[in-house]
Design a protein around this ligand. Structure first.
Ligand code: HEC
Length: 104
């Protein structure tokens, strides 16, 4: 019985694990952030290189708790986008950050 319960919990975890790519696309981030070329916003590669593997630091930026480090002069444009992320759980923001940092 215990084993069955554990399997159920693991399965639920897999099904409901936050999908960073889906969040990135559904929140409209992809319209300004391309994988390799700078468009309106810096490329995902440039962002990933600036943050390295520091998921926590990127989550802080996404929450509006840390300053821009990639292109601070254009932060006003990005700041308006952060409202799109209000209401996401810490787990979802982490998945989103991990997805973005996978473009190094
Ligand atoms: C209207 C265009 C636009 C959209 C849409 C957009 N961004 Fe940006 N983003 C920018 C610009 C311009 C910058 C450069 C300013 C800066 O570095 O903050 C930027 C920078 C960033 C950075 C680098 C932050 C740093 O430290 O400098 C991250 C991370 C980021 N965007 C994530 C996102 C996410 C996640 C979304 C979707 C919710 C998103 N962006 C949607 C324009 C956009």
């Amino acid at each position: 019985m215990k084993k069955l319960l554990l399997a159920g919990v693991l399965l639920a975890g897999a099904v409901f694990a936050a999908d960073g790519k889906a969040i990135f696309q559904s929140k409209g981030c992809a319209s300004c952030h391309q994988p390799n070329v700078d468009t309106v916003g810096p490329s995902l590669k440039k962002i990933a290189q600036a943050y390295g593997n520091d998921v926590d630091k990127l989550v802080k930026f996404l929450k509006g708790e840390a300053p821009a480090i990639v292109d601070p002069a254009k932060f006003a444009i990005m700041k308006a986008q952060l409202t799109m992320l209000k209401g996401l759980s810490d787990e979802e923001l982490k998945a989103l950050a991990e997805y973005m940092l996978s473009f190094k």
